[in-house]
Design a binder for this molecule. Structure first.
Ligand code: APR
Ligand code: PHB
Length: 389
């Protein structure tokens, strides 16, 4: 088989890139290790920046999001129970959209299926070849048979544990990483959200987040030590811990019920440099990871693939490689700013075993400064709703 671009991974990055290329008349095949149902079963964040909303509209998959998504004008922060609302709309005239990553993925998958573009699910043993030269190839195994696709370019959209980044020679790529000494224990529940907007809470017992998927389905998180096991957290313990970390009035309003999903996600920051290796590009989680504080992962993936699609379109339509040559530096420039914001929100809101009383006073000062400074709030709003290009 031959195609123009092989995309590895059918997460949001791969599917969105596929859609952008398809609309530009560029052929692409997506190879995904898992089944479509497995991909849709993964529960992830659900906050879309304004530019992500616009991108989904632009590529013709925004209809359900516009109907079922919930626009939010701001978020609430809570510090040891003291509440502070950050009003994006008033501060900078922007907003975000609450719409789960699972739904975004489903809409993209449906659009791709309707268009007839090729996605090969359950593709095993994917391997990348000759991307340093002019004729890259990707091999994989499907139904026990080995196959090969010849292509012009490979897009590594295969997430943090994918094969693309690890196919690059070790001395050609540098990774910058920070592992946090805690994770988030998340619970999904069919109860209305405790508040109209998200609440990010710092408490001396640890961080907590009140989020939502719809007006009837809520998503809550509490910070737990690295190494904690889900089995140690029956629903009752989770709800008690969450309530203890919230403002008492909020805690009283919390509606609890049986969890319909419960899992622990570790927190990590990681950036790979560079993001282009000959005819191989990394995008999305394959290129960088952020801790979920600030919900930037999905939005970063959208940003990467928009730039990558532009570069590939320029290559085919204008016979210019300027965009391809600039891909890595363009993406990295924005990536590091978003990494900084995710790290900053994580640092403000979590308890760190090593910081001690001095570190806690600094966190309190940061919160008080935010509460008293419109400039500081504007900075938060600008980053949360998404930095420009
Ligand atoms: N071969 C083929 N597919 C693979 C391989 C492989 N060797 N390894 C991983 N994949 C697939 C995964 O099964 C997954 O479906 O690549 C896909 C990567 O999707 P995501 O992990 O969702 O990453 P991405 O598309 O970059 O989306 C970024 O999703 O993971 C969240 O926090 C992240 O919100 C961010 C967004
Ligand atoms: C979520 O709803 O799962 C969510 C929301 C905001 C975050 C992280 C996760 O910052």
């Amino acid at each position: 088989m031959r195609t123009q671009v092989v995309i590895i991974g059918a997460g949001p990055a791969g599917l969105t890139l596929g859609r952008l290329l398809e609309r530009a008349g560029i052929d692409a095949v997506i190879l995904e290790r898992r089944s479509a149902d497995y991909v849709l079963g993964r529960i992830r964040a659900g906050v879309l920046e304004q530019s992500s909303v616009e991108l989904l509209d632009e590529i013709g998959v925004g209809e359900r999001m516009r109907k079922e998504g919930i626009p939010h004008d701001g978020v609430e922060l809570s510090f040891d129970g003291d509440m502070l609302r950050i009003d994006f709309q008033d501060l900078i005239g922007r907003k975000v959209m609450i719409y789960g990553q699972t739904e975004v993925t489903k809409d993209l998958m449906d659009a791709r299926a309707a268009s007839g573009a090729v996605t090969i699910y359950k593709a095993g043993d994917v391997s990348l070849h000759d991307f340093g030269g002019a004729s890259p190839k990707v091999r994989y195994v499907k139904d026990g048979v080995s196959r090969e696709i010849a292509c012009d370019f490979i897009a590594g959209c295969d997430g943090s544990h994918g094969v693309s980044r690890s196919s690059v020679p070790e001395d050609a790529v540098q990774t910058f990483e920070r592992v946090y000494p805690f994770g988030w224990l998340g619970v999904l529940v069919d109860k209305p959200p405790v508040a109209d907007e998200l609440i990010y809470a710092h408490h001396q017992r640890g961080f907590a987040l009140c989020s939502m998927r719809s007006h009837t389905r809520s998503r809550y998180y509490v910070q737990v030590d690295a190494g904690e096991k889900v089995e140690a957290w029956p629903d009752g313990r989770f709800w008690d811990e969450l309530r203890a970390r919230l403002n008492p009035d909020v805690a009283e309003r919390l509606q609890t019920g049986p969890s319909i999903e419960k899992s622990i996600a570790p927190l990590r920051s990681l950036v790979a440099e560079p993001l282009r290796f000959g005819r191989l590009f990394l995008a999305g989680d394959a290129a960088h990871i952020v801790p979920p504080t600030g919900a930037k992962g999905l939005n970063m993936a959208f940003h990467d693939v928009r730039i990558l699609a532009e570069a590939l379109i320029e290559h085919y339509a204008e016979k210019s490689d300027a965009g391809i040559d600039a891909y890595s530096s363009r993406v990295l420039a924005r990536t590091w700013k978003t990494e900084r914001f995710s790290w900053w929100m994580t640092s403000l809101l979590h308890t760190f075993p090593e910081t001690g009383p001095f570190g806690r006073r600094i966190q309190r000062a940061e919160f008080d400064y935010l509460a008293s400074s419109r400039a500081a709030q504007e900075s938060l709003a600008e980053n949360y709703t998404g930095l420009p290009g």
